[in-house]
Ligand binder design. Structure first.
Ligand SMILES: NC(=O)c1ccc[n+]([C@@H]2O[C@H](COP(=O)([O-])OP(=O)(O)OC[C@H]3O[C@@H](n4cnc5c(N)ncnc54)[C@H](O)[C@@H]3O)[C@@H](O)[C@H]2O)c1
Length: 466
């Protein structure tokens, strides 16, 4: 078993450190945020991530997981030092590497023996080389050091299971032995391990996120066309997604991508391209489509309610996606800010993200105890995050409490025909009002591809049913 130090105890670092300790390694997590470390040392996990808290508590109890603000304590004895600090966007969209720089200078001060420094933060191509030189230069005297790029692909909300069952692990280094050591560390996960050079490894991360963001903007563009021509984007996605070359994931039309990764990573990749003399046309369009997506909600609200000034609008969901409390770049926040600017009154509810939203949203937003409080007296409801609990709402009760029964379903959670039967004026994304074929089919034949009302997902018909 190895001695591992993880620097940065955010979403990536805490999951990485905790899961390595679960595999039996001895892990020290270092962060400069004293409050966070104090909380963790009292067993309080500062983020909502399913399954994480139990694992933090049990591994601390086994003495395999420690939290500290002391670099010396974390690094001096470590075989591997993982860097998992933030790389937020600069004003121009490029990656801000100041947190990386802070870590690099501390590593340079503290390093005593040969150590493998593994970078998991998402960084511009060339950063691993920069990191090596930076640490060597600051030390004054040479130190044996290997830098490995090991980008992180976990998804918030399912981060623990993503750690233990990754689709792949990417390891980039110019040092073959170090690459092999990092690959071996991941061997128990039983997944493909792509070993390459640092630059390619760093590019794999940006290219992966940019591709997924492109899929989302693509389906959002198709949704616009669907609305114009009377097609249903959910069925289009289902029909497309069954082609193995395309795949169903990331084909959900809606308010666009958000979170701490896609927006900044697409921007950073575009900046990287521009900085190297190449104009990335496709990436620019992906960003423009995404940027405009939230305006759609406002347009739909205005088409139903006219002037939004003084209107009471309920927003269901704040997190950038379900099963996380992360509101960084969340479309819900963009929509709320636009509504406030237009003079609307906003009431909102999210099962886990309200505390984080309070820190960044204007003070006039009203936070409710449950979705029913949001709907009471509202002129319209906007569904901004597809939390599972919203699927089980008593919609009839909600409609009866609303001043006007308008629903803008920014995540296509509900069946348009069922919503209209309940008396709502319903607008999804890319689901034209005159298109009700799915409903008609289901009612007339009872076979085919059943549109499940419970989970609102399309399911393939059994051939024998046809
Ligand atoms: N969050 C995700 O889903 C995800 C997924 C894949 C990759 N990534 C990438 O991983 C990196 C980290 O993301 P995150 O979401 O975990 O960030 P985060 O903001 O949640 O956590 C970063 C942590 O680093 C700490 N930190 C900053 N400077 C430090 C220093 N000098 N020494 C020690 N600690 C320091 C901060 O206090 C914070 O706790 C980013 O590059 C991100 O793009 C994130």
């Amino acid at each position: 078993m190895s001695k591992i130090c993880v620097i940065g105890t955010g979403y990536v670092g805490l999951v990485t450190g905790t899961c390595f300790s679960e595999l039996g390694h001895s892990v020290v997590c270092v962060d400069i945020d004293e409050e966070k470390i104090e909380d963790l040392n009292r067993g309080i996990v500062p983020i909502y991530e399913p399954g994480l808290e139990e694992m933090v508590i049990s591994n601390r109890a086994r003495g395999r997981l420690h939290f500290t603000t002391g670099y010396e304590e974390g690094i001096s004895d470590a075989d591997f030092v993982f860097i998992t600090v933030g790389t937020p966007p600069n004003q121009d969209g490029s990656a801000d590497l100041r947190q990386m720089e802070g870590v690099a200078s501390r590593i340079a001060q503290v390093l005593r023996k040969y150590t493998i420094v593994v970078n998991k933060s998402t960084v511009p191509v060339g950063t691993a080389e920069w990191l090596t030189h930076y640490i060597q230069e600051r030390r004054g005297q040479p130190v044996e050091l290997a830098v490995v790029s090991n980008p992180e692909f976990l998804r918030e909300g399912v981060a623990v299971s993503d750690f233990f069952s990754p689709s792949r692990v990417v390891v980039g280094s110019s040092n073959g032995n170090a690459a092999l050591a990092v690959a071996k560390l991941h061997a128990p996960l039983g997944c493909p391990i792509v070993v390459t050079d640092c630059r390619t490894s760093e590019m794999i991360k940006y290219a992966s996120n940019a591709f997924l963001a492109t899929k989302i903007s693509f389906i959002n563009e198709i949704a616009h066309i669907c609305e114009k021509v009377g097609a249903d984007v959910c069925q289009v996605a289902e029909g497309m997604g069954r082609d193995a070359r395309i795949g169903r994931s990331f084909l959900d039309a809606g308010l666009g991508y958000g979170g701490s990764c896609f927006p900044k990573d697409v921007q950073a990749l575009a900046q990287l391209a521009e900085g190297n003399g190449f104009h990335p046309q496709l990436l620019c369009t992906v960003m423009t489509i995404n940027h405009d997506q939230c305006k759609l909600v406002i347009k739909k609200l205005q088409s139903s309610l006219g002037d939004l000034s003084g209107r009471s609008i309920g927003v269901l969901g704040l997190a950038f996606k379900p099963d996380t409390d992360d509101v960084r770049e969340a479309p819900a926040l963009t929509v709320i800010r636009m509504l406030i600017q237009l003079g609307a009154r906003v009431r909102t509810y999210d099962p886990h993200a309200m505390a984080n939203a309070r820190k960044v949203l204007p003070s006039e937003v009203e936070y409710c105890e449950d979705p029913y409080q949001v709907s009471a007296g509202s002129d319209a409801l906007v569904v901004a995050t597809e939390w599972e609990q919203f699927r089980r709402l008593d919609l009839e009760r909600m409609r009866s409490q609303m001043a006007r029964p308008v629903v803008i379903d920014g995540r296509n959670m509900f069946d348009p025909a069922a919503m209209e039967r309940l008396g709502f004026v319903y607008h999804g994304v890319g689901r034209c009002a005159q298109n009700r074929t799915s409903e008609a089919w289901r009612e007339s034949s009872g076979v085919l591809v059943a549109y499940g009302e419970e989970n609102n997902a399309w399911r393939g018909a059994q051939p024998d049913a046809l």
